[in-house]
Design a protein around this ligand. Structure first.
Ligand code: SAH
Length: 268
């Protein structure tokens, strides 16, 4: 059911349903809304205390919005993207804490699956399983995740060395695998160790992705999540997160989304 805000294709003459793009924080969107303004103009609709920006970027019709932080915020926002804005797929972009042993600050993780690490209704249901849904690991859409990962690999090939020199990080690596989400900013060696022990294949921890993946699973909407590693979820995480968010996150987001949307827009 639609709230009557149209298909969000920014007035373009084709009938493609838009892609929903969301992040938690404004820095994580980079210059996406400015790029939309320059290309097609932006129509902004406020719904449930969030601004949804409708237009076209690199030829791809999009609805761009900010979820704010946490699983409930993310679930509410993605639900609106599906029901009020009729998106045909959802992409989340943002930063996360590295959990996997090989995952360092400046790396990029594209989710194959997402899990809520703070969900525990045991002994009634297995730890991490969403009660009555019977799922603990929500799969990302394979085609969408492949396209995102390809965009990340192109960014690294074309600009990874320059980015590493500019930001003092190592040359970024792109990882694929499990992203875990919970309503906690993980910022202690003990906290990240506990997550590693419980979920040895987890690559990154954040606060929104698995909630988005659950809602998309329930409504049959393809979704994908890309996260740049801002910290390693240990005692250095608060400082590392803040400097990465303010100085680097937007640059990465621009670099990845530009390449991703370019391919998507060209395919329409
Ligand atoms: N008050 C802060 C809130 C940021 S919370 C601010 O507005 O600046 C951290 C955000 O980054 C969340 O959206 C989460 O998804 C992600 N994130 C980055 N590092 C994280 C970590 N170590 N643990 C959990 N989430 C993390």
């Amino acid at each position: 059911m639609s709230a009557g805000v149209g298909n969000g294709n920014g007035g373009a003459p084709h009938s493609h349903r838009p892609l929903g793009i969301l992040a938690a924080l404004p820095q994580e969107l980079g210059d996406l809304i400015e790029a939309m303004r320059a290309e097609s103009g932006v129509r902004t609709i406020t719904h449930g205390q969030r601004d949804y920006h409708l237009g076209t970027v690199h030829g791809a019709p999009c609805v761009v919005t900010l979820a704010r932080v946490g699983k409930v915020a993310a679930a509410a926002t993605v639900s609106a993207l599906i029901h009020a804005f009729d998106v045909d797929a959802v992409v989340f972009t943002g930063v996360a804490g590295g959990v996997g042993a090989e995952v360092r600050v400046g790396d990029i993780v594209v989710a194959d699956a997402l899990l809520q690490h703070d969900l525990d209704a045991s002994p009634l249901f297995p730890r991490f399983e969403v009660p009555l849904l019977g799922v603990s690991r929500f799969a990302a859409d394979v085609a969408l995740a492949d396209q995102l990962a390809a965009a990340c690999e192109r960014f690294v090939a074309e600009a990874g060395a320059a980015s590493a020199a500019r930001f003092g990080t190592r040359e970024p690596r792109v990882h694929r695998g499990l992203i875990i989400s919970g309503d906690q900013f993980v910022a202690s060696a003990a906290g990240v160790e506990a997550l590693r022990a419980a979920l040895p294949d987890a690559l990154a921890v954040e606060m929104e992705g698995a909630a988005i993946a659950q809602v998309c699973h329930e409504y049959g909407v393809p979704c994908a999540v890309v996260r740049t590693i801002s910290d390693t979820a240990d005692d250095h995480a608060p400082a590392s997160f803040v400097s990465f968010l303010t100085e680097i996150a937007g640059v990465y987001s621009n670099a990845i989304l530009t390449r991703f949307l370019d391919t998507r827009g060209a395919a329409l």
